[in-house]
Ligand binder design. Structure first.
Ligand code: FE2
Length: 372
């Protein structure tokens, strides 16, 4: 039963036509081996392991690590039994992002309002607490098997036992810039409408298959946001190309809709990429002729083109300014989830001008897997 007080707070939120979101709380990955995934994120991407939850701390059926870099928090979880929800999820989707958790000032009221607006509950509000803190969490079902937890409370997740990780070397990743969903054909507008209806988000940008297409594939993308820029969620759906699009390939291997990439912001992408490359991190290949064209495409770009070319960094410009970006190779065996690093120099876009160059690069890889 929802108490009167929660109902009232939800009604107040609704009457003010607001759904206050403070930012991303954390992203939870469901994987086959949490220990190794945490170590990979630590050594390759510079995350500190700051917390652990598992049998030693009273959670008998799963192990989770809490990772941090500046404002970014990842939880990486793996199950210890074959019938666990995580095991099933990994069997179907492979390793992936299960929860794009949002920080809210009032999780109970936010949950109540979202459900009133037609969102499907993933789990009901409950308190997570220890002597280290107190949080209220509730969950909503989103695209595919992905959920949005609503997380209220200050500080780190209190059910993780703190760990001291003084040897991790940060890569300069500061915050999550955007989280991209791939959804089924004709699902994009449905999910845009869902974010508008449930969270009061609005449409920030829209790219159609004219803008983002190559000889072989195309995608449609709409970006919803909270209006402040803290939460930006592009939603892709496949558009008909001549052969199988990368979104279709994702859907085939993820077995449904899910998170495609997570973009993390850095103040100095060239240094970040040099550091990451030195650790053995692999990025998406970019055709050399991309850099021959770059000076004409962005004449006032403040960067050494040869250095960008060596690092395979992409550049784009829009009405607000420039941006630099780069995409990692797939993070797992299945061609599903990857990271983007982005340095914004005033640009508010997502690298639309790069999509064609990027697609051509992606397709070369897809072709090598025999899926084009
Ligand atoms: Fe992106």
């Amino acid at each position: 039963m929802v108490d009167q007080d929660t109902k009232q707070r939800a009604e107040q939120m609704a009457s003010r036509d607001e759904f206050p979101i403070k930012g991303f709380s954390h992203l939870e990955w469901w994987v086959g081996n949490a220990y190794q995934s945490a170590q990979y994120l630590r050594t390759m991407f510079g995350f500190r392991i700051i917390g652990y939850r598992g049998p030693e701390t009273g959670t008998m059926d799963a192990s989770s690590y809490l990772l941090a870099q500046e404002d970014i928090r990842f939880v990486v979880s793996g199950a210890l039994a074959p019938d666990h929800a995580i095991t099933q999820h990994v069997a179907v989707h492979g390793p992936g992002v299960h929860d794009v958790a949002l920080a809210v000032p009032d999780a109970e009221a936010a949950f109540e309002l979202a459900v009133n607006r037609g969102a499907e509950p993933a789990y009901k509000p409950h308190v997570v607490e220890s002597d280290r803190g107190h949080k209220v969490m509730a969950g909503l079902k989103a695209y595919g098997e992905t959920i949005h937890s609503l997380v209220e409370g200050e500080g780190e997740l209190p059910d993780f036992e703190p760990m001291n990780d003084e040897f991790a070397r940060p890569l300069g990743l500061r915050h999550i810039d955007h989280v991209v969903a791939n959804v089924e054909l004709h699902g994009m507008d449905e999910w845009v409408e869902w974010y508008e209806r449930i969270f009061g988000f609005t449409l920030l940008r829209h790219f159609d298959d004219e803008a983002i297409s190559t000889e072989y594939s195309a995608l449609m993308s709409k970006v919803v946001w909270d209006g402040s820029g803290i939460i930006k969620l592009p939603i892709n759906e496949p558009a008909e190309g001549r052969k199988r699009s990368q979104i279709e390939e994702y859907m085939m291997f993820y077995r449904g809709a899910g998170v495609q990439h997570i973009a993390m912001a850095t103040d100095d992408l060239q240094t970040t990429v040099e550091d990451a490359t030195g650790r053995g991190l692999e990025f998406l290949r970019v055709p050399d002729d991309y850099y021959d064209e770059l000076p004409q495409r962005i004449p006032d770009l403040d960067a050494d083109i040869a250095r960008l070319g060596k690092l395979k960094i992409l550049a784009d410009s829009d009405e607000g300014g420039h941006l630099l970006q780069i995409f990692t190779r797939m993070l797992q065996d299945r061609p599903t989830v990857f990271f983007e690093f982005i340095e914004r120099r005033g640009a508010t876009g997502f690298g639309e001008g790069n999509f064609k160059a990027l697609f051509e690069a992606i397709e070369r890889e897809q072709d090598r897997r025999g899926n084009l």
